[in-house]
Design a binder for this molecule. Structure first.
Ligand code: ZN
Length: 411
């Protein structure tokens, strides 16, 4: 067998064993604590809701493990047959720049098909069972088609441009490719809430009234000076609630889910808004862009270096063919096997930012109570796992656990 494939299959197996093992560690931890409501939640959450959150956590975790096995087998099969599939597609279509664009897109579509039944099961079986599914088959199918069309409309020109760069600038295409993709990311941060999200959801300004007055006053007081606060109809698809901050500079905006507004009172919503404003005021967006920028730059350089070496193609069963598409395909399929191990680092950084935004909210409201109450209500309504295994949460959680956040807020 080819060395490249052996290494990749080894990494696939290592990642699978690690992830399924970590899931089962977390499951055992949850089961061991399922009879006793955690100290911090006594009097806050009833036995029935606690039981439901445990059942939801376990059901999701088992589903994830199944999905991991499924994805691993699929990816192994795809990598094994990739040279043959690629050969068949190019034989059919050809290898000029636009033909290669079509080959790449056609392959991506084919490769995304096997996951669809799992996505359906997650939405209409798992989420449904716990009362979170608000979507229906018609909406779900429409979403899939819309998503694919938008992916095509945005992805095809980008891919075409990248392949054109490869063709015209054999030494510097990776630099131009990086600049193109990074600028696109920046543009999407501004345009997505204006153009893409409205294709799926209704975004409307928060209606006039006490809530709006209080939130706008808070926004002015903290120096955020929002022009508008938007509400998104997340309840169209899911009962889960959320709030997010997006864009930068004068394009900054805060979006609240309608489900969030239903679940929280005005004080608690102020707590959430103050937290989101904290992310902006503390410069978390430029930080994130720096991380995107550096990792994108390194990624493109690595892709360039790998694709300039003949062994890279040979080791994965490709013949010496013109074009870099095989390298692009191999890279996009297998880079996750390496970047996965950086998950705890990026999450550590993200949790640090969450603590900072919490502290900002406490300061802005001169009181930690509204945010603490909001966090408690949200973890109850979303059936969050109140007992993650510490190793599991430090690896996967982008937000500190609610106990950790409360402890820091009360300090
Ligand atoms: Zn946050």
């Amino acid at each position: 067998m080819l060395t490249g494939l052996i290494v990749i299959f080894g990494l696939l197996l290592l990642k699978l064993v690690f992830q399924v093992g970590l899931n089962s560690l977390n499951q055992r931890h949850v089961i061991a604590n399922q009879d006793e409501i955690p100290e911090a939640f006594k009097g806050q959450i009833d036995k029935e809701t606690y039981g439901k959150s445990t059942a939801y956590t376990l059901a999701k975790s088992k589903f994830e493990s199944f999905e991991l096995v499924f994805d691993t087998v699929l990816l192994a099969a795809v990598l094994w047959f990739l040279p043959k599939i690629y050969g068949a597609f190019t034989g059919l279509i050809g290898i000029t720049v636009w033909q290669q664009t079509i080959v790449f897109i056609a392959l991506s579509v084919v490769l995304s098909l096997p996951a669809i039944p799992l996505e359906w099961w997650e939405q209409f079986k798992l989420e449904e069972k716990f009362g979170f599914n608000k979507s229906n088959i018609k909406l779900w199918v429409t979403d899939k088609f819309k998503g694919a069309l938008i992916g095509f409309a945005l992805g095809a020109p980008l891919l075409y441009a990248l392949l054109k760069f490869i063709d015209k600038f054999p030494t510097y295409w990776w630099l131009f490719g990086f600049i193109l993709l990074f600028s696109f990311q920046l543009l999407m941060m501004v345009l997505a809430p204006m153009i893409i999200m409205p294709l799926f959801n209704k975004l409307s300004p928060l209606p006039d009234g006490e809530l709006k007055d209080r939130l706008m006053a808070l926004s002015d007081k903290t120096g955020f000076k929002a022009k508008t606060i938007q509400v998104i109809d997340g309840s169209k698809r899911s009962g889960h609630s959320n709030a997010f901050f997006t864009g930068f500079g004068r394009f900054r905006r805060i979006v609240l889910y309608d489900t969030l507004i239903d679940q929280l009172n005005t004080d608690e919503l102020e707590g959430v808004l103050a937290h989101e404003i904290g992310h902006y005021k503390l410069g978390h967006v430029p930080q994130m862009l720096c991380i995107f920028g550096v990792s994108g730059f390194l990624g493109f350089w690595l892709l360039y270096w790998l694709s300039s070496n003949d062994w890279f193609y040979v080791q994965f069963g490709f013949e010496m063919i013109d074009g870099k598409v095989p390298a692009l395909l191999l890279f996009s399929l297998s880079s996750g096997l390496f970047t996965f191990w950086l998950t705890p680092l990026t999450n550590l950084w993200s949790r640090k930012n969450e603590f900072q935004a919490d502290a900002f909210a406490k300061n802005a409201l001169s009181n930690a109570d509204p945010l603490i109450r909001a966090l408690r209500v949200l973890s109850e309504k979303n059936l969050s796992n109140l007992n993650p295994h510490p190793f599991y949460s430090s690896f996967y959680y982008s937000h500190p656990t609610i106990q950790e956040r409360e402890k820091a807020l009360l300090k």
